[in-house]
Design a protein around this ligand. Structure first.
Ligand SMILES: [Zn+2]
Ligand SMILES: [Zn+2]
Length: 73
């Protein structure tokens, strides 16, 4: 059985911390400032800022919102 609730990451309100380094939501790597990464709010819940690195963007790797579980290209 697969459980979507395997990731228990519900701790407090979703605050975008400026000190958090941008992490690619697809591959989990740091998005370098000089790299053409993109950031956007989750299209579903809008309360999480998702990052994608240049590679995942061009490859169309899926990302998953850590808050609502939305998957998108
Ligand atoms: Zn990536
Ligand atoms: Zn979301």
């Amino acid at each position: 059985m697969m459980s979507l609730e395997a990731q228990l990451s519900s701790k407090g309100p979703a605050i975008v911390d400026a000190s958090n380094p941008p992490i690619c939501s697809s591959c989990g790597k740091l998005v370098a400032p000089l790299e053409k990464g993109v950031k956007f709010p989750c299209p579903n819940c809008g309360s999480v800022t998702l990052w994608r690195c240049k590679d995942c963007r061009s490859l169309g790797v899926r990302y998953v919102c850590p808050k609502c579980g939305f998957e998108g290209p």
